[in-house]
Design a binder for this molecule. Structure first.
Ligand code: NAD
Ligand code: AKB
Length: 325
């Protein structure tokens, strides 16, 4: 019989995904059974709603001490540097993404943890990968340091599954769109920023070209995807840390047109910067049939439903005065 998660430690909990996943995990396992950690302190609403500790994932002894004291049996490892931030400091991206993951896996192995979640990204793909309906098992030759760490990370996680029988799982998230915590330095961040600027100013300057098409997913689907993968029957999994997952694909221009259905006067200018080359190296659409077959993945939100929900949520925040300047 599969061992069950009872006590969770999460890294990177102040980030775009971690901050909402923390809430979901507290709801699922009970607030006192989820220790959220980050290098920086998240807003009080998160840090004070349950156990929180400052932790640097590159410090294995400190992380191990926290896991031992809390009695965590499962880790959700979200701490990382993303694609755009990584290109500005490749050495730090390697240190955080690779050494951090290696520390988590070593702690998991030594302590016989029940399960580890370590997300990968569409950044594992590169210019030599088929761009449309990118297959599950295909060429992985990224051109960013972030992508390099994600490929190496997937291989390392799968090695720990094979060599040590450690249950490590992960999916290749596409760009994640959300309205609670702003994204932390990726190439898909435009697809969040555009909503804030549409609601606040009615105009947006986009750092990608109008015709740039990328795979994306709305946060409720991202949370469902993560929790469902972690609940999946291990015996049914042929893949472990590298599942392709997607919910929608759109270009920057198509997203702007969808927002214009709600804000007709919305204006967008396109001024591509260094992130254009990163976006051009990634897939436009993803084949996630392995995730659908192996653990029943199916998204709920398409472009229209996501846009409607995002705008409503941000307008509510604007009315409450919590949208920021
Ligand atoms: P984010 O940048 O919003 O958050 C990352 C968090 O990690 C930050 O709060 C940061 O303070 C923390 N961190 C950085 N260095 C640390 C260290 N040394 N020790 C501890 N914490 C540290 O990232 P996110 O978007 O929430 O991404 C979470 C995970 O999902 C990452 O592995 C990322 O690669 C992956 N992912 C995200 C997306 C997306 O669109 N958001 C897409 C694909 C994959
Ligand atoms: C980024 O743009 O770096 C992330 C990702 C797709 O991994 N959002």
């Amino acid at each position: 019989m599969a061992k069950e998660t009872k006590r969770v430690l999460m890294t990177g909990a102040a980030g775009q995904i971690g901050s909402e996943l923390a809430e979901a995990l507290r709801k699922k396992y009970g607030r006192d059974n989820v220790l959220v950690t980050d290098l920086v302190r998240p807003p009080a609403a998160l840090a004070e709603a349950g156990p929180f500790e400052l932790a640097d994932v590159t410090d294995r002894a400190a992380l191990d001490g926290l896991i031992a004291r809390f009695g965590a049996d499962t880790i959700y490892h979200l701490a990382a540097l993303l694609s755009a931030t990584g290109e500005k400091n490749p050495q730090k991206a390697w240190a955080v993404n690779m050494n951090g993951l290696h520390n988590v896996l070593e702690i998991g192995r030594a302590r016989g943890l029940v399960r580890i979640f370590s997300p990968s990204s569409i950044a594992v793909f590169g210019p030599a990968t088929p761009r449309e309906m990118t297959p599950q098992d295909t060429v992985l030759s990224p051109t960013t340091i972030y992508g390099v760490t994600k490929v190496a990370g997937e291989l390392l996680c799968d090695y720990y599954v094979r060599k040590y029988g450690l249950d490590v799982r992960g999916c290749r998230y596409p760009g994640i769109i959300s309205h609670q915590t702003r994204p932390g330095g990726g190439t898909t961040d435009y697809a969040v920023a555009i909503f804030y600027d549409a609601v606040k100013n009615g105009r947006y300057t986009c750092f990608l070209r109008e015709d740039t098409r990328l795979p994306m997913m709305y946060m409720p689907d991202c949370l469902k995807c993560t929790l469902d993968l972690m609940d999946a029957d291990f015996a049914r999994l042929k893949h472990h840390s590298s599942f392709n997952v997607t919910a929608m694909s759109f270009s920057a221009g198509e997203l702007a047109a969808e927002i214009r259905k709600h804000i007709p006067a919305f204006e967008v200018r396109y001024e591509p910067d260094f992130r254009q080359a990163i976006a051009d190296s990634w897939p436009a659409s993803i084949d996630d049939s392995a995730a659908r077959a192996e653990w029943g993945w199916k998204p709920d939100y398409d472009l229209a439903a996501m846009t409607k929900d995002m705008l409503a949520a941000l307008r509510n925040r604007q009315a409450a005065g919590t949208l920021g300047g």
